[in-house]
Write a new protein. Structure first.
Length: 77
């Protein structure tokens, strides 16, 4: 068994029963993607992978230019 994976599952409050179930299901195909698929099936959020397509749903303010600062380049009459 991969202790680092088990540590991460425990750190993310996955029950011991579910950890054993997940590890038995993915033992011959142990990848981060497969573990996350099993987590989702059990009602948990993904821990090891990120679905970047989900980020397209967020509306980021691309026009933000930061605070405006007037420097010493102002014209003086």
């Amino acid at each position: 068994m991969n202790l680092a994976i088990i540590y991460e599952l425990r750190a993310n409050d996955v029950s011991e029963e579910h950890i054993e179930l997940i590890m038995s299901r993915v033992k011959n195909r142990l990848t981060e993607e497969n573990i996350d698929k099993e987590l989702v099936k059990l009602g948990y959020s993904k821990i090891f992978t990120v679905d970047y397509d989900e980020f397209d749903n967020y509306d980021f303010d691309d026009d933000y230019s930061g605070p405006s600062h007037k420097g010493n380049n102002e014209e003086i009459d």
